[in-house]
Design a protein around this ligand. Structure first.
Ligand SMILES: Nc1ncnc2c1ncn2[C@@H]1O[C@H](COP(=O)(O)OS(=O)(=O)O)[C@@H](OP(=O)(O)O)[C@H]1O
Length: 296
């Protein structure tokens, strides 16, 4: 059953200090005390730059099925957090997994997409790096973002409020709400296109990845020049979870329970206000990326 969304009278602003807690169960076993012979830690060849709640964890875990992919275990937040960036490139590289020369290293940090400085900093590291961006319906993404913050606040015994109280201020859509700001894909995309050509940014359709992951993964394999190795038997639909889960190396695993949470029902008038506000931004985004998506 959907969680009960509490009405409170607190005039709080939601804090986005919530990290991805969606590591797949039983990812790769224990960390080896000494690196396997012939491996080293290398800067990423590709980065999943976002968007937050777009399906970044699912994309990384599914891509990690590929034998020629080595995925970073945690979100690194190197290019979007000044305190981490100040630690320097060697600090960053040390957080990468050990990989063989024939493998490519991939990290994901959803906050990069909406960070003002990440594009310039990533470009300074490697101007020919291949970027992966997974997007979903931006209105749905707002609700997912709210839901994540809602549960984090509950866990931390902080007050929560109904999504409508955040989406609407003084009778009008509260466009300063961070969850809405992050869904203005055109604005963030412009910033990336100042530093990278469009061909270097592959957009994964996050809604399609939920309903049928294989075709989206096959497109990513082609974009990364990887031989096709991910196959339909790598995925199975888990009825209880309501999402696809992963089968590889003789093991089956679903993403953490924080991925694929039920969303609250949103007042239809408010939702309509949100959708019509996003519509113009979506159209601009479609022009920028020379492609359309099934968003209203
Ligand atoms: N296979 C599978 N299993 C579970 N969840 C899946 C899957 N594929 C995509 N998704 C969607 O991923 C959403 C979470 O996105 P992110 O991993 O990018 O979130 S985060 O920004 O890292 O917190 C998450 O959002 P919510 O549904 O709001 O929980 C899911 O809709």
């Amino acid at each position: 059953a959907p969680p009960e969304f509490l009405q409170t009278g607190f005039g709080i602003t939601l804090d986005p200090m919530d990290l991805d807690s969606g590591l797949a169960v039983n990812v790769s076993g224990d960390v080896p005390s000494s690196p396997p012979p012939g491996t080293s830690k290398r800067a990423p060849h590709s980065i999943i730059i976002g968007v937050r709640k777009g399906g970044t964890r699912a994309l990384l875990e599914m891509l990690d099925i590929h034998p020629e992919v080595a995925a970073a275990a945690t979100e690194v937040h190197f290019f979007d957090w000044d305190e981490n960036y100040a630690k320097g490139f060697e600090w960053y590289r040390d957080l990468m997994p050990y990989s063989y020369p024939h493998q490519i290293t991939v990290e994901k940090t959803p906050g990069y997409f909406t960070s003002a400085l990440a594009p310039e900093r990533i470009c300074a590291m490697n101007s020919s790096i291949k970027l992966l961006l997974i997007l979903r319906d931006p209105a749905e993404r707002v609700i997912s973002d709210y839901t994540q913050v809602y549960f984090n606040r509950l866990e931390n015994h902080k007050p929560v409020q109904a999504i409508e109280n955040l989406l609407v201020r003084n009778g009008a859509l509260n466009v300063r709400y961070k969850a809405i700001q992050r869904s203005l894909y055109d604005i963030h995309m412009r910033n990336w296109l100042r530093h990278f050509p469009l061909e270097q940014i592959h957009i994964v359709d996050g809604d399609a990845l939920i309903h049928d992951p294989l075709p989206e993964l096959q497109k990513v394999e082609r974009f990364l020049n990887l031989p096709p190795r991910i196959v339909s038997s790598n995925f199975y639909f888990n009825q209880t979870k309501g999402f696809y889960c992963i089968r590889s190396d003789g093991r089956e695993r679903c993403l953490h329970e924080s991925k694929g949470r039920p969303h609250p029902a949103v007042n239809s008038t408010v939702l309509q206000q949100l959708r019509s506000y996003l519509q113009e931004h979506n159209r601009t985004f479609f022009r920028l990326v020379k492609r359309t998506f099934d968003w209203q």
